[in-house]
Write a protein that binds this ligand. Structure first.
Ligand SMILES: NC(=O)c1ccc[n+]([C@@H]2O[C@H](COP(=O)([O-])OP(=O)(O)OC[C@H]3O[C@@H](n4cnc5c(N)ncnc54)[C@H](O)[C@@H]3O)[C@@H](O)[C@H]2O)c1
Length: 169
């Protein structure tokens, strides 16, 4: 009997939102487990640290500017990924909007997009999570690697709750 492998060696992966918190950490996590990673975000410059971290791990990385909500742009991103990294094996969609911050450090532009109570609501919500806190981006890597790897070879379309127990089944 062999142990299931969590490795993603040599596989091409694509991560949207790769300039931001979860997407950046997940993109680097995929490289830590051996994948080459196409990083997609609205612009390329903010992805430079993610790309550099992946390359330091000895893996190939692409920085591809694309709007994840635009099928045409995503089609081009996938085509470039396949052309430069090989057949696309893994995709992780982390693109989204998540710009909470303590009120005293929030920029005016972000402040103007938000209801002033949002951060307080998030803190109150966190107290009700059984683990008593929000997740660290680091804590999203393991579940993503599991779902993408051969260790999850019989999981199809499964919802894996990564919520500190917020939704108790
Ligand atoms: N951080 C959390 O605790 C948490 C919890 C639950 C859900 N989420 C959700 O997960 C997602 C990611 O969260 P995060 O904390 O990494 O956010 P983040 O803001 O740090 O990163 C999101 C990234 O997505 C990119 N992006 C936004 N719209 C895009 C688009 N149309 N095309 C391509 N890229 C785009 C942004 O430029 C940014 O780099 C968000 O939707 C958030 O609401 C976050």
């Amino acid at each position: 009997m062999t142990s299931p492998s969590f490795r993603l060696d040599g596989a091409a992966a694509l991560v949207t939102g790769a300039a931001g918190g979860i997407g950046a950490r997940v993109a680097i996590g995929l490289a830590e487990f051996g994948a080459d990673v196409a990083c997609v975000d609205l612009t390329t410059d903010p992805m430079a640290p993610t790309v550099a971290a992946i390359e330091r791990l000895g893996r190939r990385a692409l920085a591809l500017p694309a709007d994840a909500s635009d099928p045409g742009q995503m089609g081009e991103a996938v085509a470039r990924t396949v052309a430069e990294l090989g057949p696309l094996r893994h995709a992780v969609n982390c693109a989204g909007i998540h710009d909470n911050a303590p009120t005293e450090t929030m920029s005016l532009a972000v402040w103007q997009r938000k209801h002033p109570d949002v951060w307080e609501h998030v803190q109150a919500y966190a107290k009700d999570i059984p683990l008593g806190r929000l997740a660290e981006t680091e804590e999203l890597v393991g579940p993503v690697i599991f779902l993408l790897s051969d260790a999850a070879s019989y999981c199809t379309g499964a919802n894996l709750m990564v919520d500190g127990g917020a939704v108790c089944w």
